[in-house]
Design a protein around this ligand. Structure first.
Ligand code: SF4
Ligand code: SF4
Ligand code: SF4
Ligand code: FES
Length: 958
């Protein structure tokens, strides 16, 4: 019989197997053909024959502990467990007969005799596998009674803010333990004790919150009873419908089922049909969705003339007309170039597309930029120059074919957790790990990690390191000459080869610069270059440097020289921080590029856009974000429309940014909350969260995923509708009934998107661009036969030390990063229970640096750079190298960007967040900036409250 197509809502009991050899078996008289290695349980399930089960589930290897899935197999003795028995050619299986029924009832009786029979009041009622199985096996009586020893009084663990653990309901199936090991890779749970005394334990018999648990929810998902249960379900009951959508946090782009009761989300369940996450999640996407309905949400449009006036709540029409009138007046007075717009990598593709279209077509200039400027703009530049496409080369699953995984300047288990778990799975299987990072990241602590090398380089020395690795490859003859000759431009290669061979790039010559011992660099180079499949993953530790673009090119050189391009298991893979960094770049948010990376100076491309948009377009690139700030301070740039981005918190040189924002005559902010930027605004347009709108996000794999509306927008409009209204009010007509029509327009203008539309996305689930006539279902691996520019181009990557140097005044190097529980500027996660893990940014300092300064744990530390000063609490840890300090930037009052400098990448202006020379000393009070910040915040909150109070009293007066 034919196997039914994969149904992501069904549990097939055991994982799928891949084999070219097929095996045909007969189950209850039905013939089915499956890949060799498939379990009897899965084969039966594929034939729509459902064998009772408790300890098996299809994202975990089978375990065979409950015995409920026993079957009879012709010619075999006893009753083997169908989950642990694999199919053999010609096997004949019986899944139902009286003996099996009796056996299963006995098993269930034993379970139920130690289980509280409070089904009617149990939160899992109606969605409990134990309850279902009792029904399936026809359990009618429990002969053993409850008088004997049992676990019914076991104490509940409520320490985790999102889920509870009630051991009285536990059947010790160990699904949770295996989920934590196999899916999440954290190994936080064990089965403690033996026989009747065995029980699930977190950490060393601790509360969940005190253990290594990272609250990913995999164990909760796996639990067949209500032992591990979401508190939201306990409070609100089981959902009644669900909608598949995409997480709005990081660049992994996990698919979720938003499980609903009416228009309330009761639970986010990772969706097994999601090609980026295959049913896994992290604490943010799984649990931290409460910000969407937080009391701080801005629920009505607001305007004011100056930033010291109270906000006035007004109608949408009034707010849009106020904004449009201001923009028109400013352009009339100061010229067409005096206004601009910033899109956000947190918004959808359709929203970003409309903002840049508004700027180019309605404002009439190219002053559009995106927050990707401050994270991955060097990726766009560096990969385009070398390989012809501004995107990563692989899908996430590719890592399962990698033999060596090199991670440079990235921290996947915190910043891209679901992909971090997949990486850990591959590392447990035996892949080699090379980490190039100043910090001892958690990936290096992967349980059962086989082989790892840590190149703990000094911040700012990336290019020297990658050149040294390439030098070893070339001088030791480790290149893939055949690949280079076939696929690369030989002139650029020979030039690069001459450059890199030079002794000044040898590991020995750069040892003093990088701080990494030469033999370690040589060993890492050999490991990567001689691997069958070597893959490079990198993050903001590569891009956010004065040589960010050079480093991206250095990585591409290395991958091409070793032939690690164009197949599964290899490649160059930027890990994008926010959910739609790839998409906001694809959508033409940068001032020099139209959607699809088509340069504004390209006459043919521009003519195409002009004919569809019906306007003449400027052929000169517009202002980048830092240029907008400089120009505002110079009095030339006067108005800015910011959609979904918090430049006042996220951009470097906070005092400079604040000065620029104060210089504007009109700042229009569209956001969920009164964020730091909105405190300087004149128009506040309430945005909609990902739960309130339709659209698409594109993740780090170039995968376009649908975002689906599950509840109406709190303030009445989806973000794309606001941009449309503003454009119409400015006199440039935009008419769309649905974001699908915006995507159709994008597809008509962008060669790599011509095959993308909502119907196809619904049909395929997701699409990795390019998707066009040549690639109708998208492209998981890029550059298989050639590069978009024909031959790969090597670039000479001279190391130039950053101007930001340590000296006796600033002897330490500060570097910054993210933490698992918080997201970017924290506007969303700070308004959730994730605060339980990280409610303040602290400064990590090495014990030796702390000791010489007399610093103790939790001391207040003044951190002074050439740009400014801020104060944070000390955390003493050897995770950082001596001479390096580290902090996160999730809390605005921390002022991390008060101390970062205005150094930036030579090619793209991406700020050098990762290297700031600082001095650290004990202090007793907040910095001057922090004190000013507090009083400005208090003022703005008062002005906001004024608006709410006025609106309230107006309603009362009516
Ligand atoms: S929530 Fe995740 S990390 Fe924590 S115990 Fe469960 S599976 Fe492990
Ligand atoms: S907590 Fe749930 S998944 Fe874990 S052993 Fe108990 S019943 Fe099984
Ligand atoms: S890994 Fe990223 S996309 Fe996935 S659930 Fe976590 S934050 Fe969301
Ligand atoms: S489901 Fe097979 S032994 Fe438990």
């Amino acid at each position: 019989m034919r196997i039914e197509t994969f149904n992501p809502n069904k549990d097939y009991g055991t994982p799928a197997r891949v084999s070219e050899k097929l095996v045909t078996v007969e189950i209850d008289g039905v013939e089915i053909t499956v890949p060799e290695g498939t379990s009897v349980m899965r084969a039966a399930s594929l034939a729509n024959i459902n064998i009772p089960k408790l300890c098996a589930t299809d994202n975990l290897e089978s375990f065979g502990s409950c015995r409920l899935c026993a079957v009879q197999i012709e010619g075999r003795r006893g009753y083997p467990a169908s989950c642990t028995t694999t199919v053999d050619e010609g096997m004949k299986v019986t899944t139902q007969n009286s003996k099996l029924a009796k056996l299963r009832r006995n098993v269930m009786e034993l379970y139920i005799s130690d289980h509280p029979l409070d089904c009617l009041t149990c939160p899992a009622n109606g969605n409990c596998e134990l309850q279902d199985m009792a029904g399936d096996v026809g359990l009618r009586e429990v002969r053993y009674g409850y008088q004997g020893e049992n676990h019914l009084d076991s104490e509940k663990d409520n320490s985790n803010p999102y889920f509870s653990f009630d051991p009285s309901k536990c059947i010790v199936c160990s699904r949770c333990v295996r989920a934590c090991e196999e899916v999440q890779g954290t190994f936080a749970l064990t089965i403690d004790g033996r026989g009747f005394d065995s029980k699930v334990a977190a950490g060393q018999n601790e509360d969940f919150m005190d253990s290594e648990c990272v609250s990913c929810g995999a164990c909760v998902q796996a639990c067949p009873t209500s032992t591990l249960m979401e508190k939201s379900i306990i409070e609100m009951g089981q959902p009644e419908h669900s909608v598949v959508t995409t997480c709005a946090y990081c660049g992994v782009g996990c698919s979720f089922k938003a499980e609903m009761k009416g228009d309330k989300v009761v639970r986010m369940v990772p969706y097994k049909g999601g090609d980026a996450n295959h049913g896994h999640s992290c604490v943010k996407g799984r649990f931290a969705f409460g910000y969407a309905t937080h009391k701080d949400r801005i629920k009505a449009p607001m305007i004011r003339n100056t930033i010291t006036e109270p906000w006035q709540e007004v109608s949408w029409e009034e707010a849009i007309n106020f904004a449009a009138t201001r923009l028109k007046e400013i352009q009339a007075k100061y010229g067409r170039e005096s206004v601009g717009g910033i899109t956000s990598s947190r918004c959808t593709n359709e929203e970003s597309y409309l903002v840049q279209k508004l700027v180019r077509a309605a404002f009439g200039n190219n002053n559009t930029d995106t927050c990707a400027r401050v994270c991955h703009s060097p990726t766009g530049y560096g990969l385009k120059v070398t390989m012809g496409e501004s995107a990563g080369t692989q899908n996430f699953d590719s890592v399962m074919k990698s033999d060596v995984i090199m991670v440079i300047g990235a921290n996947p288990t915190d910043a891209h957790p679901v992909f971090g778990s997949l990486m850990r799975r591959r590392l447990r299987e035996g892949a080699d790990l090379i980490v190039a990072d100043p910090r001892h990241i958690d990936l290096l602590k992967t349980p059962h990690l086989k082989k790892a090398q840590h190149l703990a380089l000094r911040p700012g020395s990336n290019v020297a390191l990658v050149n040294a690795i390439a030098h070893v490859v070339v001088t030791e003859g480790l290149e893939d000459r055949a690949f280079v000759e076939k696929r690369c431009d030989m002139e650029s290669y020979e030039k690069w080869r001459e450059f890199i061979r030079d002794e000044r790039h040898s590991p020995e010559a750069v040892e003093a610069t990088t701080g990494v011992a030469a033999d370690k660099v040589r060993q890492a180079a050999r490991t990567y270059a001689t691997a069958k499949n070597g893959a490079i993953y990198y993050g903001l530790g590569v891009t956010e440097h004065s040589q960010g673009s050079t480093m991206v090119m250095g990585i591409a050189n290395l991958a091409m020289a070793t032939g690690n391009i164009g197949r599964e298991g290899v490649g160059v893979n930027p890990l994008r921080g926010q959910n739609n960094v790839q998409g906001s770049c694809d959508m033409g948010s940068f001032p020099h590029e139209l959607p699809g990376y088509q340069h504004v100076s390209d006459d043919t491309a521009r003519a195409h856009f002009e004919s569809v948009w019906g306007v003449k377009l400027d052929n000169e690139p517009g202002l980048r974000i830092p240029n907008m700030f400089d120009s505002a301070i110079a009095g030339e740039f006067k108005a800015l429309y910011v959609q979904g981005e918090d430049i006042a918190q996220s951009d470097p040189g906070t005092q400079h940014v604040e000065k620029a924002l104060r210089s504007l005559e009109c700042l229009i902010v569209q956001d969920l909350f009164l964020n730091e930027t909105a405190k300087f605004a004149h128009v506040l347009l309430p945005g909609s969260s990902f739960l309130e709108k339709n659209g698409t996000f594109t993740n780090a794999e170039r995968r376009i995923n649908r975002v689906r509306k599950v509840m109406p927008p709190i303030a009445g409009k989806e973000d794309w509708e606001i941009t449309v209204d503003l454009s119409n009010a400015l006199g440039y007509p935009m008419h769309y009934n649905h974001p699908s029509e915006i995507m159709d327009e994008i597809a008509s203008l962008t060669p790599t998107f011509t095959g993308v539309n909502y119907d196809r996305l619904d049909e395929l689930g997701s699409i990795q661009w390019p998707c066009n006539d040549e690639n109708p279902v998208g492209m998981p691996t890029m550059h298989v036969d050639d590069f978009p520019i024909g031959k790969g181009r090597f670039s000479v990557t001279e190391y130039v030390a950053t101007d930001e140097r340590t000296n006796s005044r600033f002897p330490l190097l500060l570097t910054t990063g993210r933490i698992l529980s918080q997201y970017n500027v924290g506007a969303q996660t700070r308004r959730t229970e994730n605060q339980a893990w990280h409610n303040e940014d602290v400064l990590d300092i090495h014990p030796s640096d702390a000791e010489v300064r007399g610093i103790k744990e939790n001391d207040w530390l003044g951190i002074t750079s050439r740009a400014g000063q801020t104060v944070l609490r000390a955390r003493i840890t050897d995770k950082v190298l001596p001479g390096v300090v580290y902090t996160t930037f999730h809390h605005p009052g921390s002022g991390a960007n008060v101390i970062t400098t205005d150094n930036s990448d030579w090619a793209t202006n991406c700020p050098e967040y990762k290297v700031t020379a600082v001095q650290v000393e004990r202090v007793s009070q907040p910095s001057e900036w922090q004190q000013n910040f507090k009083s400005f915040e208090a003022l703005q909150m008062k002005l906001l409250k004024g608006a709410a109070d006025t609106a309230h009293s107006e309603v009362e007066a009516e």
